[in-house]
Design a protein around this ligand. Structure first.
Ligand code: 3PG
Ligand code: MG
Length: 412
């Protein structure tokens, strides 16, 4: 993809602004429950510090009201986590959009939740111009938010003196591009989730690309019903049977297949201690619901994945949070890990499954994106990536030296 990369720029003495995605989850007591996205941004920060830049970094957190941040919206816990990971102080700066704060060469500061700034959501070019006025280099390392057209992701990338992609953004786009643009074949995609309706555009887009489309969850139930199977009381969308058939036909025209389970684990209710049995996927008894794939399906799926050249994984094939329905997703995770295929995975449920089954080390690339990962699979251009591409320059042109920032105002 054509955009400038952070590694190509001379950063010595520059004021570098990094847009990261620190939209991280918290426990009820306010402590961080997962710092993956923070750790994933360390290469960008360390690169800039080592290159002698003055480093400012910001992110959104949650969906606060602009101009009215509350303590719960604060990036303070992220500043603390960053400070510990970097082994140096990371001051948190509020009211930062006019650049009136101090950050010296070799220092890093965290700029408070950018969604607190009036104009952020609306991608306001005036806000972008104000921020751009006090930075030399803009770095987007926020792949997880690349599907949002907001000021620090889009307008600022267009307004900054220089705009480039950070190492995380670059790695994400390279990994996803490798999996979808020039995949080693067969290309298998696993798409699971409760509803066809929320993933129909992804399924349609993948029907044009993949060799095997593995379906799970309520999506698989709808496809089973579209094939004429009795799915009993399973979650399904009867108004989307024709859409499901269209996806299957499209794939078949290209010589591809939809993989659906041949046997399933069914339960008499949605509960950890429900009565369960294994039955053929085509004849689920009335009132029983499919909550996992069965043993024959686990073997058949493992065989498909062992033969794949590339695997893209989004979504579990059963209710793996409950032990009684976890075997299918465990088998899926282990089959992906064991496959010689190049594998990438993304999405909240998928990351939880990877953590639960301990296969993270054996997946080739795990995306930090949820919505952004899905929109990439849909084949949509992500606004933040579009802005970086718009700022791409011929490789031969070097950035002009930017004058040093002149005023050294107070820390707020
Ligand atoms: C995410 O966590 O999915 C991203 O950070 C985007 O957050 P948003 O859905 O609030 O825009
Ligand atoms: Mg592998």
């Amino acid at each position: 993809m054509n955009f400038q990369r952070l590694s190509e720029l001379d950063l010595a003495g520059k004021r570098v602004f990094i847009r990261a995605d620190f939209n991280v989850p918290f426990h009820a007591d306010g402590t961080l429950s997962d710092d993956t996205r923070i750790r994933a941004t360390l290469p960008a920060i360390c690169h800039c510090l080592e290159a002698g830049a003055a480093v400012m970094i910001t992110s959104h957190l949650g969906r606060p009201i602009e101009g009215a941040l509350t303590p719960a919206d604060s990036l303070a816990p992220v500043a603390a986590a960053l400070s510990e990971l970097l082994g140096r102080p990371v001051p948190l700066i509020t009211n930062w959009t006019d650049g009136h704060f101090s950050v010296r060469q070799g220092e890093v500061v965290l700029l408070e939740n950018c969604r607190g700034n009036v104009g952020e959501k609306a991608d306001d070019p005036q806000l972008a111009a104000r921020i751009a006025g006090s930075i030399d280099v803009y770095v987007n390392d926020a792949f997880g938010t690349a599907h949002r057209k907001e000021c620090t992701l889009h307008a600022l990338a267009l307004a900054a003196p220089v705009a480039c992609a950070g190492p995380l953004m670059t790695a994400e786009l390279d990994a996803l591009g490798r999996a979808l643009a020039q995949p080693a074949r067969p290309l298998a995609a696993i798409v699971a989730g409760s509803k066809v309706s929320t993933k129909l555009t992804i399924l349609e887009s993948l029907a044009d690309k993949v060799d095997v489309l593995v379906l799970g969850g309520g999506i698989a139930n709808t496809f089973l019903a579209a094939r004429g199977c009795e799915v009993g009381g399973s979650l399904q969308e009867s108004e989307l049977l024709e859409a499901a058939r269209r996806v299957e036909r499209r794939l078949a025209e290209r010589g591809g297949v939809v993989w659906l389970p041949e046997d399933v684990v069914v339960a008499d209710r949605f509960a950890a201690d429900a009565d369960t049995r294994i039955c053929d996927a085509e004849s689920v008894p009335p009132g029983w619901m499919i909550l996992d794939i069965g043993p024959n399906s686990r073997d058949s799926l493992a065989g498909v994945l062992a033969r794949a050249g590339t695997i893209v994984w989004n979504g579990p094939v059963g209710v793996f949070e409950l032990d009684a329905f976890a075997a299918g997703t465990r088998a899926l995770a282990e089959a992906i890990a064991a496959s010689p295929a190049y594998s990438i995975a993304g999405g909240g449920d998928t990351l939880a499954a990877i953590a639960r089954f301990g296969v993270g080390e054996r997946i080739d690339y795990i995306s930090t994106g949820g919505g952004a990962f899905l929109e990439f699979l849909e084949g949509r251009e992500l606004p933040a990536v579009a802005a970086l591409r718009a700022r791409a320059r011929p490789a031969s042109r070097r950035i002009a030296p930017v004058p040093q920032f002149e005023h050294e105002p107070e820390l707020t």
